[in-house]
Design a protein. Structure first.
Length: 300
């Protein structure tokens, strides 16, 4: 018996470690926009077992954690909250960064990236405008309007992903899984950045949850977070007739709010946050263009 294990919470009877583990799994799943059913399929575990784990009622084997980490594209350490023991230097770096605020961590990341040559300054960055946000934020509609107005290309990243994969996004997920989609997404963004110095890009809502892809976007594009209330997102998706995120899900709004909460800090890394809620399309576009004018002037 482990003498160092925390006793069960007397109020709930649950082990505190398993409760935290379940919360972490839910958060990472929401951040990536994956339903419980999708994660269970990706990780090759039963949906019931996953449900028990997420609610702190089920134990977790090392193999289960490994499968979940692979499906969520994270480390086991990120799931269980343990410090990495990969090397002494890694431990020292983690200690140095622990407790720093977001601004300090951002400066550290940029300094390290420049040191290792992974994100040298891109003079064309302000010429590439990338729109990020949840489905229903208006990325495709506003993106096309902006590109037409500026007489520059418009790229919907999902179309590039479909071209590379040779099939529709829905088929990529069904046939090859979310991991394959993420690989195609990175390749599509790399091609777009290489091909265009001036472009408007509409990205997928989950792009921000993939560190390498999001870092590439932040490095080479001026990013705009199109914000809206969960209710507005839901209304727009329904108006588009696209019910994929809600299919067979009686808690669609709760899931949508959870996804937004899980990604909000990542979306907030954008150069410009812009709220699209409760405004007619024409008014929204004019306000967006006005907000972008200083940056557009720099790019010319």
């Amino acid at each position: 018996m482990n003498q160092n294990a925390e006793p069960a919470d007397p109020a709930t009877g649950k082990d505190p470690f398993l409760t935290v583990l379940g919360e972490r799994v839910r958060t990472l799943r929401a951040r990536r926009g994956m339903t419980r059913k999708v994660l269970a399929l990706e990780a090759r575990v039963s949906e019931r077992h996953l449900a028990n784990l997420e609610t702190g009622q089920g134990n977790a084997s090392v193999m289960l954690l490994r499968q979940l980490a692979a499906a969520l594209n994270c480390s086991i350490a990120e799931l269980v909250g343990e410090d990495s023991v990969m090397s002494p230097e890694w431990s020292l770096l983690r200690q140095l960064l622990r407790g720093r605020d977001e601004a300090s961590l951002q400066r550290a990341r940029r300094t390290l990236a420049e040191l290792f040559g992974t994100n040298a300054p891109d003079p064309a960055r302000t010429g590439r405008i990338a729109l990020i946000g949840l489905r229903g934020a208006g990325k495709s509609t506003l993106g096309r309007m902006l590109a037409d107005d500026l007489s520059i290309p418009f790229v919907e990243l999902n179309r590039g992903i479909e071209r590379l994969a040779g099939c529709a996004v829905r088929e990529i997920h069904a046939l090859y899984g979310a991991s394959a989609y993420r690989r195609y997404e990175l390749r599509a963004l790399e091609e777009t950045v290489a091909d265009y110095s001036k472009v408007v890009i509409a990205t997928g809502g989950g792009l921000v949850s993939e560190a390498a892809t999001f870092d590439l976007l932040l490095t080479h594009c001026f990013t705009v977070w199109l914000r809206a209330t969960p209710e507005e997102h839901m209304k727009r998706v329904i108006a588009q007739g696209d019910m994929r995120p809600m299919a067979g899900n009686t808690e669609a709004m709760a899931d949508l709010k959870r996804i937004l909460a899980g990604r909000e800090e990542f979306y907030a890394k954008a150069d410009l946050p812009f709220d699209t809620s409760g405004k007619p399309l024409a008014e929204t576009y004019l306000e967006l263009r006005t907000a972008l004018l200083p940056r557009l002037a720099e790019a010319r």
